[in-house]
Each structure stands twice: as C-alpha cells, then as structure tokens.
Design a protein around this ligand. Structure first.
Ligand SMILES: *Cc1c(COP(=O)(O)O)cnc(C)c1O
Length: 362
C-alpha cells in the first residue's frame, strides 16, 4: 500500500483568498507571491489557481522558467533581482521584471547589451535593513535607472516591512511600520511611478500602505502571521490539508514511556495510536506533546517525540480504528496553532513539506 500521507491543496480557497485581499485593497493591483514553490503548495498549481492575479512574485529565475513553461503569461517579478550579467538575457527572454536593490545590479543593467528594456522595481531600504538602497541613495539610483537604455521607463518604487504583523495600536504598537512609511515617502517624494509596500500583514492591518500594488504571500494561502490569530480571523481559508492515517493502535500500560528518549509517560493504561507522518514528511519535530491533531474528526494530541516517519497519538476517549484518517492541519485545525506550539510560523510549516508527501488537488 502507498504511504497514506498527503497534502491536499484547496484551489478554491486560493481563489477565495485572492478575492478577499482584492476586496480589502480595491484600489491596488495584486502581485501574488508564489516563491518557495508557492509556500510549499506547488508553484504551477498555485499560479494556475491564481490566474486572476495581476502579477506573480518569485525569488528565483528558475521559478519564472517553470511558470512560463506551464503556459502562464502574467507579469513575473524577480523579488531579489538578477545575480549575474547573464541573468539579463534570461529575464528578457522570459519577459520577467526585476527588483533592483543593490548597486551591483544597477551596474549590470547599465552595462547590459542592447535589447528589450527590462521593467524594474527599485527597492528602498526604509528600515528593515535586508535589501534595498539607503533612503539617501534612492534618487541617484532612480536617475541612473532612468538613464539606462536596458531599463524600461515605468520604474516601480517598493519597500518591504519588517514588523507589519504588529498592527497600529496603543503603547506605540506599529511604530516601526509607521517609521518605514515615513522614510519611504520622504525618500521617494516627487519621483514618478507606481508604489508597492504591503506584504500580507500590511494588507490586513495597514490600509494606508496599500498603494498601487499589494504583494501578499501567506494570506493567499490562508495563513496569518499576526500573533494569536489565524487566517480565518481575517476571512481567509486554509489552502492546505495535511493528513495521514493510523497504522497501529496499541494498548500501553500505566508508567510505560512513549517514543525516543522516553519523554512521555502513560498516566494510566491507555490506547496509543501511531500515525504515518513525521519530520521526514515536514511535520515539525519541535511540536511538543499536547499538539492537537484530529483523528476521525475528533480532537486528540501528539504524545512523545515526533520521529522521522511516525508520531504517537493519545487515543483516550477517541473512537478510532487502524486505517482511520488523521489530520495534522487544515481548515478544521489551523496550521497557525501547530506553528505556535512548535515555536515557528505557519509559513515555515507549509514550506517544509517534503517530496515523499503525495500532493492532491481539490
Ligand atoms: C515574501 C515577500 C512578500 C510576501 O510576504 P507575505 O508575508 O507572505 O505576504 C512580499 N514582498 C516581498 C519582497 C517578499 O519577499
């Protein structure tokens, strides 16, 4: 029998979420961010479902190649831009737009051979200090891009938020985002062109940052990065169900220990289920005992250490037989809850699903 572990991708949820984000930012175009294989949901599958997006954002030129090979003709923006001069020819062939965040990229574009102009997204470092030109260098970079024959005339101005998941509130909450908005506005004042500021949390919590283009990733997949919330709190629907089956149910006596390093002790004689999923499938090993799962739709808990292929489940009070379905996350069990227990964010969990998991589209 095939391994029963599967990730079901709900393409209707992807479309629903795109609609929700459009409704929140009616004046903005939407760049659907599909980097990291569509946050682990499958690049081509996600892009087809989100065909109504105005553009796709990717982190690698190889992703742009895959999207074009799949027949998708929407604009594609390379979010980290080009890495070497030869990338310019590929960018032109594929009709890809490029973020320009560093002097080295500016120089490559200035020295590019004649050819089709590349549309550029000039990135301002408004305070995250990851990628982008310092505020005082933005005007010079913009002028040089405008003067470069390889660069198309309509340059977009963008930044990226470090803390937009913290919404504006009392006690100065949201201070960094307010400051980033101020720095970006000042650095770009008077420059022509569209603006793009907001990631998912920016769309959900910072309407003043919607601008001309929003760039949601996680929210499209139904995930929230706002602490203590789930996508459903924002009207979003999870796009992935991770599921497996019970492959054993064993009676274990009181005082016996479960799993590697014997980290969990049975408080009474009890049935212990074994589910065919582990960190080799991408389920987080850091998920502690007590992490929720659904067995036959009933709440149950992980016990002991998650191992590579398997996990143990406390089946006390649960009606279950070998072969019954176990849901690890999905619409009935928010992935954000699992992430919180494992000390990470939902994005990392969906991105970590491994190749042996069977993907199903629904
Ligand atoms: C990943 C990314 C996004 C999307 O972020 P989410 O939090 O998933 O919405 C937007 N813009 C840039 C530049 C990114 O790298």
């Amino acid at each position: 029998m095939a391994r029963p572990t599967s990730a079901t991708i709900h393409t209707d949820a992807l479309r629903h979420n795109l609609g929700q984000l459009r409704a929140r930012a009616p004046g903005s175009r939407v760049m659907a961010v599909v980097k990291a294989d569509g946050y682990g949901h499958g690049l081509e599958r996600v892009a087809r479902a989100l065909g109504a997006a105005d553009a796709f954002g990717v982190a690698a030129l190889s992703d742009a190649e895959r999207l074009r090979a799949a027949g998708l003709s929407q604009p594609i923006v390379l979010l980290s831009g080009i890495n070497e001069p030869d990338d310019i020819a590929r960018v032109r062939e594929l009709g890809v737009e490029s973020v320009v965040h560093h002097h080295s990229q500016l120089e490559m574009l200035e020295q590019a051979p004649a050819g089709a102009p590349v549309r550029c997204w000039l990135k301002v470092d408004s305070g995250m200090h990851r990628l982008g030109f310092a505020p005082e260098a933005v005007r010079d970079a913009h002028a040089r891009l405008e003067a470069a024959p390889a660069v198309a005339a309509d340059i977009v101005l963008m930044n990226h938020f470090a803390s937009s998941d913290e919404f504006e509130g009392d006690n100065g909450a949201g201070r960094q985002t307010r400051e980033q908005l101020r720095v970006f506005a000042e650095a770009t004042a008077g420059l022509p062109g569209a603006r793009s500021l907001a990631n998912s949390a920016g769309v959900l919590g910072w309407p003043q940052a919607h601008a001309d283009w929003i760039r949601p990733g996680g929210a499209l997949y139904g995930m929230s990065v706002v602490a203590g919330t789930t996508g459903a709190d924002f009207g979003l629907r999870p796009a992935m169900t991770l599921a497996t089956r019970l492959i054993a149910i064993n009676p274990v006596c009181r005082g016996e220990h479960i799993g590697y390093s014997a980290t969990w002790t049975c408080p009474e004689d009890m049935p212990v289920g074994v589910a065919a999923i582990g960190y080799g499938d991408g389920y987080p090993r850091a998920a502690p005992a007590g992490t929720p799962v659904l067995v036959n739709g009933q709440p149950a808990q992980v016990i002991g250490r998650v191992s590579m292929d398997l996990m143990a489940v406390d089946l006390r009070g649960v009606d279950a037989r070998v072969g019954d379905p176990v849901i690890l996350w999905g619409p009935e069990l928010p992935v954000e809850r699992i992430a919180e227990g494992a000390g990470t964010i939902a994005y990392e969990l969906t991105c970590s699903i491994t190749r042996r998991v069977r993907f199903v589209e629904q």
